[in-house]
Each structure stands twice: as C-alpha cells, then as structure tokens.
Design a protein around this ligand. Structure first.
Ligand SMILES: Cc1ncc(COP(=O)(O)OP(=O)(O)O)c(N)n1
Ligand code: TZP
Ligand code: MG
Length: 215
C-alpha cells in the first residue's frame, strides 16, 4: 500500500454508468464490498446539478469515512469540500488548482504521454491516473493504451501513487498491481454489475492476493 495514498480500490461513478441500481445505491453497496475512495464523474451536468449530486454522494462517503474526489470541476469540489479533484490535460491544470484551492488535499492528474512525467503539473499532483491501461468504451477520447509495459515504465520514473484506470476488473487487477500500480480504478466492473458489492469484493481480493504473493 502506498504510504501517501492508502486507497487500493477506486470507484469512478456517474448516474449514467449505473445500470441496475441508482448511483447512490451502487456507491453504498460497493463501499460495503471494499471500495476505498470514490470519484464523481458527471460529464453532462451543469455546475448546480453537479453540486446537488455531489452533496448527496458526500453524505454516503462521509458516513463510511472514505474520500470523495470530484472530476474536472473546481467549483463543485470547493462547494462540497471534497477530499480532492481529478483533472486531465484538457482541464484546469494542477498548478492553477493549487493556487485557487488551498484547502485541497489531493490532486489527481491523468498521464496520457510519457513526457508529462517531466512537467510541472505532474510535480504538483498528489497522485497520477495511468490513463488508460486498456482502451475502453467508457472513455473513447484517449491517447496511449499503456498496458502492463506502460505501468512498469511509469513506475520506474516516479515514486508518486499510481492509479490504473481503463477496463480494469477482477481478471486483470492482480497483474496490474504486480506491475507497479498502487490502486485500481473502475467504472463498468462495478457500475454495470448486478451485484456491486460482490464485484468490489472480487477485485479487492485480487489486489490483496497479489500483496500476499509479494510478501
Ligand atoms: C483516476 C482517474 N484517472 C484518469 C481519469 C481521466 O481523467 P481525464 O483525462 O481528465 O478525463 P475525464 O475523466 O475528465 O473524461 C479519471 N477521471 N480518473
Ligand atoms: C475515466 C477514465 N479515464 C481513463 S479510462 C476511464 C474510464 C474507465 O472506465 P471502465 O472501468 O469502464 O473501463
Ligand atoms: Mg477531465
């Protein structure tokens, strides 16, 4: 477990991605199954509707004492006093977030190109999303499909916490952790499951299994 990011199973959620239950129910069931941190990623809501959703989700994350991350929108993150924000290359840069939000605890930043590891934004970020590990229908505007070799390459270049995202599931979580990722982030593997609690448990047990192998 990374000392600066003690979260190993990361749920990235939106109302749209949830198939069998409403989003808040999926969030609660998956926390019971072992999700350690949640990001609210609503790409089609205006700021005021996004804040309402975030407030409702934060009641749940607060109840279970797990961190809430807001995707893209600093106004929403500030309004709900979230634990952090996640941004990518087309969003507000981490250096600007740091200036505008002194209460922030965690800035996540997507790594799409190897060259980014040398830029100031990566220095300022608290953790890095390796985005995507595998191409996925959930997000199609991506650049590099990193794969296992990509994780190893990035692991060798930075000590920062690494979050693996993009078609992650119980079948590949263990090898991704073994390659050097600190955390597995998922949308579909939990949000489209008929049993989000069990889906989370299965991924978590794969993550733990790998840790035991490494002992
Ligand atoms: C944990 C995590 N990693 C990567 C991303 C992707 O962020 P971004 O590149 O800004 O793309 P959008 O999610 O905004 O479409 C993420 N959200 N979370
Ligand atoms: C938000 C995001 N960023 C990179 S891939 C991705 C979507 C991951 O979704 P899934 O877990 O369904 O492949
Ligand atoms: Mg973004």
């Amino acid at each position: 477990m990374h000392p600066d990011f003690p979260y190993q199973l990361y749920l990235v959620i939106s109302e749209e991605s949830c198939v069998h239950f409403p989003m808040l129910q999926v969030a609660e069931m998956s926390i019971e199954g072992g999700v350690d941190i949640i990001q609210l990623r609503e790409k089609n809501l205006d700021t005021s509707a996004f804040i309402k959703k975030a407030e409702a989700l934060k009641k749940i994350t607060d109840k279970y004492r797990i961190p809430l991350i807001i995707n893209d929108n600093l106004d929403v993150a500030k309004a709900v006093d979230s634990f952090g924000i996640h941004v990518g290359n087309s969003d507000m840069p981490p250096t600007e977030i740091q200036q505008k939000w002194d209460r922030n605890k965690a800035i996540g930043y997507s790594i799409e190109y190897l060259e980014q590891l040398e830029n100031e934004q990566t220095q300022v970020a608290n953790h890095l999303g390796i985005s995507p590990i595998y191409s996925t229908a959930t997000k199609t505007d991506t650049v590099t499909e990193w794969g296992i070799e990509g994780i190893k390459k990035i692991r060798a270049l930075t000590p920062k916490p690494l979050v693996a995202i993009g078609r992650m599931d119980a079948g590949n979580a263990a090898e991704v952790i073994k390659a050097g990722a600190d955390c597995i982030a998922v949308v579909s593997a939990i949000c489209t499951s008929e049993d989000p609690k069990k889906a989370a448990e299965k991924i978590k047990s794969q993550i733990h299994q790998n840790q035991h192998e490494n002992l």
